[in-house]
Design a protein around this ligand. Sequence first.
Ligand code: SF4
Length: 350
Amino acid sequence: MIQRTPALVEAHPVDIGQQSWQQLLSDSTTTPEALLESLGLDPGKWLAGASTGHRLFPIRVPQPYLDRIEYGNAQDPLLRQVLPLAAEGELVAGFVRDPLAEKAATPSPGLIQKYRSRALLMITGQCAINCRYCFRRHFPYEDHRLSPEERAQAIELLHNSPEVNEVIFSGGDPLVANDRLLSRWADALVSIPHLKRLRIHTRLPVVIPQRVNNALLEWLSRSRLQKVIVLHINHPNEIDRPVEEAIARLKSTGATLLNQSVILRGVNDHADTLVQLSETLFEAGVLPYYLHAFDPVEGAHHFEVSDNDARNLMRSLLDRLPGFLVPRLVRELPGKASKTPLDLYIDDER
Ligand code: SF4
C-alpha cells in the first residue's frame, strides 16, 4: 500500500468517481453484438462487417468512452474509431502490417530506439481501447513482454547510452500497467544520471478518466525527471467533464500536457472539427502537438486522408487559429531521424 504524504493528499484531494479503473477496464465491451446492442444499432446492417473486423483485431471499448457515443448514430465520430467494418478484411496495395518498420528498431525486448536522444519502452502490449486505425494493430506484442531479467537488461542498456536523455513509456498503453510496476520503472530511471525527461504516451486518461488515481499521481509527482504526458485525442467529443478533471489532476504533478491526433476520414477530416479540437484541448489545459498523417496499416485503408487533403486542412487551421493552437502535421517514415513535417511544403503547393 502506498503511503500518502499530507502534501500530496492536499494536492490531489479526491479520486474521480467511485468505480476502480481496473473494474471499468475489465467490464469493457468486447463483442460486436454487445457493442451494437448498447448503441441501438441494427445488427442486420452492421453485425457481419463488425464480426469480420473483430476477428482480425478484437473489439475493446470501456463504458466511459461508450457513454460519449450518440445512441443510434452509426456515423458518430467516436463510434467510427471503435466499430469494426468489413473493409478491414480487404487487402489494399501499399497498406502493410508494420508500416513504420518497428520490428527492425528493437535492440532489446521492449526497448525501441528510433531516435538518437530518445528511447521508447514498451511497458505493456495491452490497450484500454482498440482503435481500428492503430498502426500497431498487427504488432507482435507477445514478443515484447518483459520478464524481470529483460527489464534489468533494458535499464542497463539505458545506463550505457549517454546519448539518451528522454525515455518514453509507450505500448500498447503504458497506463494499463499497475502503479506498482510503473513506479518501479520510474524509480529505476531516476537513477540514470543522463536522463532528463520521462514522457508518457497514453490514451487511458481519455478513455477511462478514473485511471488518473492517487497512486498514479503519487509516483509521477515524486520523480525528479521532467514529465511530459502526450494524450491521444482525435475529436472534441472525447473531452467531457471527467476527462477535463483527469487532465487537471495530471497537471497538478507538474507535467506538461500535449496532444497528438491522427487524421482520420469520417472522424476529424473537417477544419471545423480540428479547430474545435484545438480550442477544447487548450481550454482543458492541453497543447495540440502533432496531427499525424495516416500510417498505411493493413486493415485500416478506409480511414485514409490523402496528404493533399491534410495540407488543405492545415491551411484552414493556420487561417483560423493562433499559431500555438495549430498542431504540426507530420508523418513518421521508417529509418528517418525524426518525424517528417508535411506542412513545410504548403507554400510550394500554392
Ligand atoms: S490506444 Fe493507441 S496503441 Fe492502443 S489501439 Fe489505440 S491507437 Fe493503438
